[in-house]
Structure formats: C-alpha cells, structure tokens
Ligand binder design. Structure first.
Ligand code: GDP
Ligand code: GDP
Length: 438
C-alpha cells in the first residue's frame, strides 16, 4: 500500500501548476484512450524506485459553494485521504485570512503537513518565506512550480516516507466494486460476501476512513478494497461526484481485479468511462457486472445483444468478462467468484522464456514486421519480466521504427496464444545494443 499525498491551499496559489509539475513526466508516457477524458486531480507518481499517489484537492468543489465550505471540504478530504499534506501558499504575497483558515484546520489534524511556498521564482522573493512560519508548521520548502525549482526538494521530503513494498508475494486477491451511486455496489457486496464468508478482519487503513474487508471463500483469501458509497458514512462530501471518482481511482490502484458495476436499466455514462480509463491505464483486469438484471424484460439473446452493444460503445472492454446478475434475487452472483479467480490466475501467470519465444516465432511467421523506409525490423527474442499483468520485454534492432500497429498485432497474438483474454498485457521494446534501461 503506497503513500498518499494531498495538495491543498486557497485558490490561485499554484496548486494545479504544482500538481502538473510533479506528475508531468508520467503524463508523457500515459496512453491516450480514445474518448476517455480525465480530471487532473489524481495521479500515481513514480520517483526513483518508489511510487505514491498525489491528489489535488483544489479540483474538488461543491456546486454553488462559497470559499469557506469548499476549503473546509478540501481540507477534510486531504486529512481523510492522505498521509502527507502539501499546504501551498503564495510566496509573493503576505499571509491571508484564507491561509490562516486552512492552517487552523490542518493543525488540528495531527497529519504530516508541510508548507510549500510557491512562486519563489528568484532569490529576491525567497526572503519572504520566513513569514510563513507564523502558520505553525515546522517545514517550509520554497518552490517555483512554474519554473520547477524546489520541486525535487518536495519529492525528497516525501520519498523516505513511502513504505517499501513487501518482498513476499501475497496471494490475497484484492478486488474492488466500482460504479456510479445506486447501481447496487453495497447490495452486491453483501450478496457476494454475505452468507458464506468468514470475515477475517475489517482493516483500518492508513487513512482514517478506509475500511477494507478481508475474508476467505472456498479456501481463497480475498480483500475487498473499500470505495466511497459502499460503506456509507454520511459525510457531506461523499455525494460530490469528483470525490467518489477519486475514491474509486484509489481503490483501483490497490486492486488486482476491478468489478465494474453497471445498472442494467441505465447503462453507462461519461463518468464510468473516466473511472474505467484509469483502471485500463493501470492495466487492471475489469469484470463487468450488469446488475439489476431482474428489472430487464428478456427475450431471446437479450444478454448477448446487451453485451455486444456495450462493447461497441467501449471498445477497450471488448474482451472483458460480463456477468449478468441481481443482488436482489442473487441470480448470477455465484458466477462472480470463479470469474475473479480465473482472471487473477491470468493476471499472475508466468511463462518460461522458451514458451515466450515459441509464441514470438509463430507470430513473426504469421506476419512479418513491416520494414520502414527500406530498413528491416528485427525482433530477436523476448522474455517475461513481470506479472500483474504479464509484462514482456522484446529485444529488437530499432525500436523507434517498429510500428504501433505491429505492436498491437503482437499483443493480440500473445493474448490469444497464451489464453489471456481479458488481460491488458504490458509490452516493452529495447534495442539489443542498448545498455541502459529504457
Ligand atoms: P490553483 O488555483 O492553486 O490551482 O493555482 P494555479 O495552478 O491555477 O495557478 C494560479 C496562477 O499562478 C496561474 O496564473 C499560474 O500561472 C501562476 N503560478 C503558478 N505557479 C507559479 C510560480 O511558480 N511562479 C509564478 N510567478 N506564477 C505561478
Ligand atoms: P450503491 O450506491 O451502488 O451501493 O447501490 P445500493 O446497493 O445502495 O443499491 C441502490 C438501490 O438499488 C437500492 O434500493 C437497492 O435495493 C437496489 N438494488 C441493488 N441491486 C439490485 C438488483 O439487483 N435488482 C434490483 N431490482 N434492485 C437492486
């Protein structure tokens, strides 16, 4: 479980500029899923050999709210959701009443809070930062989010606080139920886990409100990662859409398998795509649960047509497993465990180098890589370098000229040859003469 860091501060101090500055290197390599627009308020950041989550609370606002209610909500979210809080202030101005208001809420939280004094674009301004000690926090780091100076100091502050990943492989299957409000996530949770489970524990997360449920079923250990809306806690901001999106994104990050719940009658909307886009960028396997199937009038082939229509609308779930179920009548619910187990087995599959190269040779024989401006492409060999999901490294003569469509072809070929339908594989290409990691 990695660390979560929140950015908070009054409007215009440069929160989103800082967020972009810290996350931008990652953005460049993130794939663009057609039709998936993302709010820039949550990203996973990798710095050196560690990763943490970064939240820009400034993007989460109430409708028609004044500054006071917005900032109070943002501070509560920062306190509830994170381990380290970056309290951003404007180094070019004096402390404002609004800064003091934020400081008051944060001080009481007992969280690890540092002041990031932004807009310190030159040494001349740097003298002003001492004033901010009056807000009562020990650490102040001057930065210029716009120019980038000081940003590594912030990362160096966070880095030692990120826990090391446990070395031992944990065989617990982590999953989450995501979906819009009222699609039936809590009901399904009860139906899935309800009768036969033996709950091991409700684990208090590092953040105050996260409660994950660990249980065994048929000899397999599972952990359901909590998302807002399943354990209803009754806080005002739980109804805010962006907050529930944020919680879903966080849950996806901690999961091996994502159960995406859709209300059969209502179908999908834009918000679904956004959340799902994140799961797919993370290459997490998604099982689609079409819930409330009891409410749909059925004729011949209704399921098949429904599935086809959804896949046509969202091509990136084209090989996802669909389950039609009802949390009320319990029909179909028994199919969920086998589907989770099956996809998890694929997600964690390991192949020997000879298995990988046999498939690679077959793929190369069936379709020769297209040459580029007369230059031939050669793919020498490949090897699996990781699981969750299976990741393969290919050694080639010139990765720059290997066409995207051929990569896509290889991915599909591998997927079918290895029976990994429903899994988004990871492919990396490296020039054979290349010394360093790409
Ligand atoms: P937010 O409302 O806190 O998210 O603030 P923004 O990130 O939108 O920034 C508000 C304004 O401050 C924008 O016009 C930015 O260009 C500007 N800004 C942000 N960071 C810096 C900085 O390091 N130096 C200077 N001079 N301006 C900055
Ligand atoms: P959540 O907000 O996604 O957790 O949704 P809930 O589990 O609270 O369910 C929302 C409403 O849908 C409740 O009134 C449930 O009784 C109802 N509901 C949930 N699952 C089903 C189902 O499979 N069939 C029918 N007919 N109603 C359902």
């Amino acid at each position: 479980m990695s660390l979560t860091v929140s950015i908070i501060g009054r409007p215009n101090v440069g929160k989103s500029t800082l967020f972009n500055r810290i996350t931008q290197s990652k953005r460049a390599i993130v794939e663009d899923f057609a039709g998936v627009t993302r709010d820039r308020l949550y990203e996973k950041v990798t710095y050196q050999d560690k990763s943490f989550r970064l939240i820009d609370t400034g993007g989460i606002t109430l409708e028609n709210a004044d500054f006071n209610s917005d900032i109070k909500m943002q501070a509560e979210i920062a306190i509830d959701e994170s381990d380290v809080i970056l309290f951003v202030v404007d180094g070019r101005s004096a402390i404002t009443l609004e800064d003091e208001q934020v400081a008051n809420i944060l001080r009481k939280s007992g969280k690890d809070v540092i002041i990031v004094c932004n807009k310190v674009d030159n040494n001349h301004i740097a003298d002003n930062i001492y004033e901010y000690y009056a807000l009562g926090f020990e650490t102040i780091i001057p930065v210029s989010a716009e120019h980038g100076s000081g940003v590594y100091d912030v990362l160096d502050y966070i880095y030692p606080k990120v826990p090391d990943e446990p070395e031992e492989e944990d065989s617990t299957i982590n999953f989450c139920l995501i979906g819009r409000p009222n699609v039936g996530k809590s009901s399904l949770f009860n139906a899935i886990v309800g009768d036969e489970r033996s709950i091991v524990s409700d684990i208090e997360g590092t953040t105050r409100d996260a409660i994950d449920t660990e249980f065994t079923y048929d000899g397999v250990e599972y952990k359901m990662i909590d998302t807002a809306g399943i354990r209803k806690r009754g806080k005002v901001y739980e109804k805010v859409e962006k907050y529930s999106v944020l919680r879903a994104l966080k849950a996806i990050d901690s999961s091996d398998v994502v159960l995406w719940v859709v209300d059969a009658e209502r179908g999908i909307v834009e918000q679904d795509k956004r959340v799902l886009g994140h799961a797919l960028e993370d290459r997490k396997p998604v099982i689609v649960l079409i819930n409330k199937w009891d409410t749909v009038k059925k004729e011949t082939n209704t399921q098949k047509l429904y599935e086809q229509q959804m896949k046509a609308k969202m091509p990136f779930i084209a090989d996802s497993h669909f389950i039609f179920c009802s949390a009320v009548t319990k029909r179909g619910v028994k199919n969920i465990y086998p589907a989770i187990n099956d996809i998890y087995a694929k997600y964690t599959r390991e192949f020997t180098t000879s298995q990988v190269n046999n498939v690679l040779n077959d793929a190369l024989m069936s379709k020769v890589p297209p040459s580029y401006k007369g230059k031939p492409i050669r793919i020498y060999y490949a090897t699996q370098i990781a699981t969750k999901p299976p990741r393969f490294l290919f050694f080639v003569n010139n990765k720059e000229i290997l066409h995207f469509s051929y990569k896509r072809y290889l991915e599909n070929y591998f997927k079918h040859a290895f029976g990994l339908e429903g899994i988004k594989l990871k492919f990396q290409f490296k020039n054979r003469d290349e010394k360093d990691e790409m």
